[in-house]
Design a protein around this ligand. Structure first.
Ligand SMILES: NC(=O)c1ccc[n+]([C@@H]2O[C@H](COP(=O)([O-])OP(=O)(O)OC[C@H]3O[C@@H](n4cnc5c(N)ncnc54)[C@H](OP(=O)(O)O)[C@@H]3O)[C@@H](O)[C@H]2O)c1
Length: 303
């Protein structure tokens, strides 16, 4: 099978496509023929050597999210209701950007037919992070949620889930993404020095904030008078400690992923996809590393 690999930490062009042995599922695992695979800031950190706790060994494969079709059932997975040929998606660990991968069957979520493979892969990490973060922050009816980096992958899901929960949403983005945020149902605000004054000029006052941007986002949320225990970051632990605000870990949870996937299949949640063929994995990494753009970068793995 073909897989994206790298032999040393470095810039996007350390990534290349290599032929690797087909993986064999261990007991409790299934093998998936991948159709699409997400690329996220975490992968950029892996490639740059910043994820020091991960068991990296060169040549190293990469990728944390996939959609595809069940290809082989490992021992002990026959009674799970999954069959060869079923469309699935889910989280994985350092092996998603490949034609084949093996994953524990318990982590797998069925893919509804109405959701295409690229969109399904695009939802994996962002959905689990956004839904977990909103739950930890208790976002609901009557809240006014400020989402920092609202046009990115986590922000895109967070804005829509918060709207569905009955909250009013203010989202930060560059002006080129303001129309996009309006389509999602958020009031757009440009990030940077003018942010606090621009939010204060609105008729609504934020009651809760989700920081998916870092930088000044927490300080600005505090300046806007949001209670520290209702300011959560998925990016900036140091600023959270400094300001006495929260770090929301929002771990992986296939049930939460399934909930968002089913909303997406009904058209209640959308995710724009910026697609690259697997062979252009380096360009896909460069796009994520730029930290700009809307929605999600996804690799397409041709059958
Ligand atoms: N993906 C996950 O599941 C996950 C999980 C845990 C933690 N995180 C962390 O959360 C952060 C966001 O992840 P993501 O996947 O949503 O990233 P992403 O999709 O790459 O986010 C890119 C977005 O960030 C916006 N942005 C860039 N600089 C900004 C600033 N100074 N203020 C506000 N917005 C800014 C950009 O808006 P414009 O294009 O309009 O400039 C762009 O839409 C990353 O730091 C990531 O490591 C992500």
């Amino acid at each position: 099978m073909r897989a994206a690999v790298f032999d040393r930490f470095g810039p996007p062009d350390v990534l290349y496509i290599a032929d690797r042995p087909d993986p064999k599922p261990a007991p409790g695992e299934i093998r998936v023929r991948v159709r699409a695979a997400g690329v996220q800031p975490f992968d950029v950190g892996v490639r740059r050597g910043e994820m020091t706790r991960l068991p990296v060994s060169f040549p190293q494969t990469i990728g944390q999210e996939y959609s595809g079709v069940v290809d082989l059932l490992g021992e002990g997975t026959g009674d799970t209701g999954l069959a060869v040929g079923d469309p699935v998606l889910g989280s994985t660990m350092l092996n998603g950007n490949a034609e084949l991968l093996c994953v524990p069957v318990l982590n797998v979520v069925p893919k509804p037919d109405r959701l295409d493979f690229p969109t399904a892969a695009a939802l994996v990490a962002a959905s689990q992070t956004a839904s977990g973060a909103l739950r930890e922050l208790g976002v609901g009816e009557g809240d006014v949620l400020l989402v920092h980096a609202a046009a990115g992958s986590v922000g895109t899901v967070a804005v829509q889930l918060a709207r569905l929960a009955g909250a009013t949403v203010i989202g930060t983005a560059s002006p080129s993404n303001h129309g996009y945020l309006r389509e999602l149902g958020a009031t757009p605000i440009t990030y940077g020095e003018s942010l606090v004054d621009a939010v204060r000029a609105l008729t609504v006052k934020p009651t809760v904030a989700l920081d998916a941007a870092g930088g000044e986002a927490i300080a600005q949320s505090v300046a806007l008078g949001i209670t520290p225990d209702r300011i959560g970051t998925i990016v900036d632990d140091a600023a959270a400690a400094k300001w006495g605000t929260r770090v929301v870990r929002a771990g992986r949870d296939p049930r939460r992923l399934s909930e968002v996937v089913n909303l997406a299949a009904r058209g209640a949640v959308t995710m724009p996809v910026r697609a690259y063929p697997l062979s252009e994995v380096a360009a896909a990494h460069a796009a994520v590393e730029s930290r700009h753009g809307r929605g999600k970068v996804v690799l397409i793995v041709e059958p």
